[in-house]
Design a protein around this ligand. Structure first.
Ligand code: IMP
Ligand code: MG
Length: 174
């Protein structure tokens, strides 16, 4: 099966929105510092661009999760494949995700950081697909709300491909 990628959000649109999110977060955390938790691999591009636009002190660390299942559907079961190097106790955590789909990943992670006694836990997702939600999660910062389509680029993959595209595209399976 081959596939084609059609542009949904351009690099310019993404950059502009990330700049707005950075400004909003900087305002909300004035006088505080932030611990950004980037969820690998998908959120890496977004998290770096976002971090560059935050003006309060930032610590960044990385975590990798997998939601078991194959193809383009999440199974609901989340596993930590790589944990943080640093502790989050007493820190203002913002979990940075590429996309919120079923909501299972963010729901699971927000509970983990509360158990680890973070001072506060907020969530930031570059994209939101609300039509596919299975668990109700409150995402504090959202880049773009998109319709139910499988998207790639800006960190997001299909079968480990297309992460390097500078835009968000929809995969059309031919
Ligand atoms: P959730 O746990 O179902 O919310 O899924 C979150 C994870 O599924 C994301 O971090 C992505 O890795 C992956 N995912 C969900 N939708 C897409 C998509 O449209 N394209 C690429 N990956 C996706
Ligand atoms: Mg993925």
């Amino acid at each position: 099966m081959s596939e084609k990628v059609n542009i949904m959000l351009s690099e310019e649109e993404l950059t502009q929105r990330i700049t707005e999110l950075g400004a909003q977060i900087s305002k909300d955390y004035e006088g505080e510092s932030i611990f950004l938790v980037c969820i690998l691999k998908g959120a890496a591009f977004f998290a770096c661009e976002l971090a560059k636009r935050i003006t309060v002190p930032v610590t960044i660390d990385f975590m990798a999760t997998s939601s078991y299942g194959s193809g383009t559907v999440s199974s609901g079961e989340v596993q930590i494949k790589k944990d943080l190097d640093l502790g989050v106790e007493g820190r203002n955590v913002i979990i940075v995700e590429d996309i919120i789909d079923s909501g299972n990943t963010l729901n699971y992670l927000s509970n983990i950081f509360r158990d680890r006694r973070a001072k506060s836990v907020k969530m930031c997702a570059m994209l939101d697909k609300p039509e596919r939600r299975e668990v109700d999660v409150n995402v504090d910062y959202i880049g773009f709300t998109i319709p139910d389509a499988f998207v790639v680029g800006y960190g997001l993959d299909y079968d480990q491909k297309y992460r390097n595209l500078p835009y968000i595209g929809v995969v059309e399976f031919e």
